[in-house]
Design a binder for this molecule. Structure first.
Ligand code: NAP
Length: 534
């Protein structure tokens, strides 16, 4: 599967670098508990889990008694502390008097807090209030938040200038992301900033601003101890940053890969590809891209840093049109699930690894072998009647692949016209889903479900009735959460050989890894990772 375009990528990925230097970006856990005691416990957990500092959100504390509570919080703290006392008018919880708030922040400084956060809107007043009393070792972060949108690059630049002008040691701008391309403007702002800067885009569409922060020189990124403890939308967990994204190793030269989809948050591909990258020592990270408009995304993230993408629902078919060149098989299928940016000229090349992943899994299932390597013998699909349920990206790949292997192909789909269209293209028959239950022209047929029916959480769904399964010798389900779907369970009871979607998932990912890196995929490791995480 390794192509000439990916082979040249291998040298670009600095193979064999193994222990790369750690970057200077700090990992900060915001503490948003209501009690001081709980915050003290969480500070210790943050330290034990590898955080660099904690942000103590004083505005979240119930019955906050500044002097007593600050002394408890700051005495024997295991990590440096950033003290934030966010007012309601800037998205926090504090509603009281401003002078009392300033008094509290000043006291925190005097008690030795390493960082104090104050809002740009009142930064001038705060500076006059403390009138030079800031201790030498305390850094002042001046922050601004926009909970509606991310402004233009010029406006972001203006904010940086205004924050610098009030005498901040560190600039902080946190903007709401309404599209993933908002993050590109934040990255540009980080790269061009001359002073330490925290620049983050909130929401799921802004997640990459948090994951890729070290690549663009962000001073720190916020992360939670556990899911559900976010102080702002889109914060990843500390464990994921460290263990999945290997954030300490990300630097300016790290190549970025990722999965483009909508939704994408559930995808296991980041766990799989990051660990596989790590195992061969390439300087690369793989992130989720929640993309609404594929063409716009690819136009904005057009630098060589963004080296390759997996494509999933609903972008596989649009991806064919967005690539500069498309591999003939992907073109014939009409769906691209892998995009590589060719290092020599930056052109986007589209491939389909679903096809070979699914077809080889079914062939090996029939042969009773689990070996994804090449086979000299002819395909066990040749001459067989092969029924594909679904006519989307995966359906097209399966139908094309089965036909290529000499099977007679029948397509059944909820929207009959799409089944008809696909059947016409590849030269097969089309059925409605209702017709499928009484379709048994012969015994020993092969069935492949490529709809999402039966996928978690709708595990009780199945695309075909149990009695109709008796005509099938082999049943494959592209759905792999759960590992054994209702369809596969019923097919096994009916005596069929069953092939799990997990096998397709592993094999399509191996194909992508080879295209991304130009290296053979670490198959044993990738199987272990998938089995551990699904
Ligand atoms: P897609 O392009 O959106 O196509 C979805 C197909 O499923 C369409 O034919 C659609 O019919 C049909 N469908 C959707 N909901 C249905 C329902 N409730 N009842 C009946 N038919 C329904 O998606 P895709 O990329 O092909 O992916 C389809 C499935 O395959 C997903 O579950 C995906 O996770 C899985 N998949 C697995 C792997 C793997 O590695 N194992 C790889 C790729 C995909 P209409 O035409 O009527 O809309």
């Amino acid at each position: 599967m390794a192509s000439s375009s990916s082979l040249s990528l291998a040298s670009d990925l600095q193979l064999g670098v193994g222990g790369m230097a750690s970057n200077p970006t700090l990992l900060c856990v915001p503490l948003v508990s209501k009690s001081v005691e709980q915050m003290v416990v969480e500070m210790r957990q943050a330290k034990a889990n590898g955080a660099d500092l904690v942000e103590i959100r004083l505005d979240h504390l119930a019955n906050f008694q500044p002097r007593t509570d600050l002394e408890i919080l700051l005495k024997d703290r295991p990590l440096p502390a950033l003290m934030t006392y966010r007012p309601k008018w800037e998205g926090g919880q504090y509603e009281g008097d401003e002078n009392k708030r300033f008094d509290t922040l000043l006291l925190a400084m005097e008690l030795g807090a390493e960082y104090i956060d104050v809002e740009l809107k009142v930064a001038h007043e705060f500076m006059s209030f403390i009138s030079g009393k800031k201790p030498e070792n305390c850094k002042l972060i001046v922050s601004t938040h926009n909970y509606q949108s991310t402004p233009s690059l010029e406006e972001l630049g203006d904010l940086v200038v205004r924050i610098q002008a009030v005498g901040a040691d560190i600039v902080k701008i946190a903007m709401m992301g309404t599209d993933i391309t908002d993050v590109a403007r934040m990255f540009q702002t980080l790269v061009h900033c001359q002073v330490p800067i925290i620049g983050l885009v909130m929401s799921e569409r802004g997640v990459i601003s948090r994951l890729l922060c070290p690549k663009f020189g962000g001073y720190l990124t916020f992360c939670t101890l556990d899911a559900g403890k976010e102080s702002a939308p889109g914060q990843p967990t500390l464990k994921d940053l460290m263990n999945v994204y290997n954030i300490r190793q990300i630097g300016p030269d790290t190549k970025v890969f990722g999965i483009i989809g909508k939704p994408v948050g559930h995808s296991k591909s980041p766990i799989l590809h990051n660990e596989a990258f790590r195992s061969v020592g390439v300087n690369a990270v793989y992130v989720p891209f929640l993309v609404d408009d594929l063409e716009n995304f690819l136009n904005v993230y057009s630098s060589p840093d963004f080296a390759g993408f997996s494509c999933t629902i609903p972008h596989k078919e649009t991806a064919v049109k967005c690539c500069d060149e498309v591999d003939p098989i992907a073109k014939a299928i009409g769906a691209v699930n892998t995009i590589i940016r060719r290092p020599s000229d930056g052109k986007l090349i589209g491939y389909n690894t679903d096809y070979i992943g699914a077809i080889s899994a079914i062939e090996d299932g029939i042969r009773g072998s689990n070996n994804s390597g090449p086979h000299a013998v002819s395909s066990p699909l040749a001459g067989r009647l092969f029924v594909v349920i679904g006519a989307g990206g995966a359906g097209k790949a399966l139908a094309y692949g089965a036909k290529e292997k000499g099977a007679r192909v029948v397509i059944a789909n909820r929207t009959y016209e799409r089944a008809r269209e696909l059947a016409n293209i590849i030269g097969g028959e089309a059925l409605t889903l209702a017709e499928l239950d009484s379709f048994h022209p012969e015994n020993g047929m092969i069935l492949a479900n490529t709809t999402a029916m039966g996928m978690h959480p709708k595990v009780d769904e199945t695309p075909i009735s149990q009695h109709a399964l008796s005509s099938y010798a082999v049943v494959f389900d592209a759905v792999y959460t759960p590992k054994v779907t209702r369809l596969l369970g019923e097919a096994e009871s009916a005596g069929a050989t069953v092939v799990s979607g997990l096998e397709m998932f592993i094999r399509q990912a191996m194909g992508q890894f080879e295209l991304f890196t130009g290296l053979p995929a670490p198959e044993k490791l990738m199987r272990e990772i998938v089995l551990r995480n699904v």
